[in-house]
Design a binder for this molecule. Structure first.
Ligand SMILES: Cc1cc2nc3c(=O)[nH]c(=O)nc-3n(C[C@H](O)[C@H](O)[C@H](O)COP(=O)(O)OP(=O)(O)OC[C@H]3O[C@@H](n4cnc5c(N)ncnc54)[C@H](O)[C@@H]3O)c2cc1C
Length: 407
């Protein structure tokens, strides 16, 4: 039977960052991933799943040794961000320049990020990636966990990390409960080509039916006319939009976006995801820790999901390395509790504010419409407020692990 110090179930973006940050720990780390991991080629069409990484996340990727590969393929920094209310005149716009920074964040395709991180992690001799390998059972032994894979192989580990996404098998098999809010909405995602270049600006229009985001992408040839869109809509309206032919969809999309970037000239295949907020009631159990979407899933309106998950991975890595340095058991309840304390309350705050924010913008109540427009206008007028918004967007506030603060 194979033994490992740590088994990470799920080598998505979050699980593979944890492995990469633990590469010098001296621990024997095994990552299990059920689906193939491949990076898109330079001239492939853009992937439908894209993440807006904060500067804090970019720092983490640099620390993990994954940034070079991301940059060498394709990533799009964004220097400005604008958010406006469809039901009024409220608008806020802020730029990296106001803070003396080069950019606010970077748009990267999820598949590229995952491939770069697994590659960085497995460069270390103590990190192994098993793929395809699906964990299907978990059993508690006196001083370890035993994992059973779909092919019947058994593996023992002192610490098991659930980095296996929103439907986490680790969470379910260990009986960790989860609160769930169904927004009754679906996010439509696709890539579009617009008449005007995006100018490296991330744009979001808030409608009472849901937010519509245009996130800038950059081709390897420097083309800046493509955006990844995320359009959140009620279930029935989303199904109607998904069923439209390409031309009709582009017409409706252009209209909903007030033709801010001119005509929508081309659109790729549309995909959609149901929107649910989830939060595990506990992040840790004896010899178990949940990170990323296994622990929490948030509304994509602020593009926070993967950034929160990457911070979970970095804080857990920091606590494990701290315990090793101080000669205390890195798998102990204390070590895991320190991780949970640093992350759960913070993530709960983000989850609640995303839900509140969505409700605020979903309202037609004239007083609320007035209040949110006044709020946006005030933010837009006051430089310190705008700067604070920009710092939050860059992810450079709160209890950050050292690896997220600088390179
Ligand atoms: C429409 C939409 C748009 C979004 N946009 C953004 C954005 O702009 N910015 C942002 O920060 N976030 C965004 N998010 C959220 C973001 O995509 C997620 O937070 C992120 O994918 C979570 O990463 P993860 O590694 O925790 O989980 P996942 O990406 O779900 O990875 C889990 C991995 O575990 C593997 N796995 C699962 N079960 C097993 C098993 N039993 N055995 C072995 N392997 C297993 C899976 O194959 C997968 O590779 C968006 C989400 C949606 C729905």
């Amino acid at each position: 039977m194979k033994n490992a110090d740590i088994v990470i179930v799920g080598a998505g973006m979050v699980g593979s960052l944890l492995a990469a940050l633990l590469k010098d720990s001296g621990l024997n780390i095994l990552m299990l991933e059920r689906s193939a991991v491949t990076a898109p080629a330079k001239d492939d069409a853009f992937e439908p799943r894209v993440s807006a990484l904060t500067r804090a996340s970019e720092n983490l990727l640099r620390h993990a040794g994954a940034w070079e590969k991301v940059e060498s393929l394709r990533a799009c920094p964004y220097t400005e961000m604008t958010v406006w209310d469809a039901d009024g005149s409220g608008r806020v716009q802020f730029s990296a320049g106001e803070l003396g920074e080069t950019h606010l964040g970077v748009l990267v395709e999820n598949r590229l990020l995952q491939a770069a991180l697994t590659e960085a992690a497995t460069r270390a001799p103590n990190v192994e990636l098993r793929c395809p390998a699906q964990m299907i059972e978990l059993e508690r032994l006196p001083d370890a966990w035993q994992l059973v894979l779909a092919d019947g192989e058994k593996i023992r580990a002192r610490l098991v990390i659930g980095a296996d996404g929103a439907q986490s098998a680790v969470r379910q098999l260990t009986g960790i409960a989860c609160t769930e809010t169904d927004y009754g909405q679906r996010a439509i995602v696709t890539t579009v080509r617009t008449e005007k270049p995006h100018g490296f600006m991330a744009r979001q229009r808030f409608m009472s039916t849901g937010p519509l985001a245009f996130l800038p992408l950059q081709g390897h040839d420097g083309d800046t006319h493509c955006c990844s869109i995320v359009w959140s809509q009620d279930e029935t309206e989303a199904q109607r939009l998904l069923a439209l032919d390409d031309e009709a969809f582009r017409r409706e999309l252009g209209f909903a976006f007030e033709h801010t970037l001119g005509r929508i000239e081309w659109s790729d295949t549309r995909y959609s995801f149901p929107l649910r907020a989830r939060h595990a009631t506990d992040y840790v159990r004896e010899g178990i820790a949940l990170i990323g979407d296994a622990a929490h899933a948030v509304h994509p309106l602020a593009g926070q999901g993967v950034n929160l998950g990457l911070l979970d991975a970095a804080v857990l890595a920091e606590e494990i390395l701290r315990a090793i340095e101080r000669h205390i058991p890195w798998w102990s309840e204390n070590t895991l509790a320190r991780y949970s304390r640093r992350r759960r309350a913070h993530n709960a705050l983000i989850l609640n504010s995303m839900t509140g924010f969505r409700q605020l913008f979903a309202s037609h109540n004239p007083l609320l419409v007035l209040a949110r427009n006044a709020g946006l206008a005030a933010t837009s007028r006051l430089l310190p407020l705008r700067q604070e918004f920009a710092r939050v967007a860059m992810g450079l506030t709160g209890d950050l692990p050292a690896a997220a603060r600088s390179v």
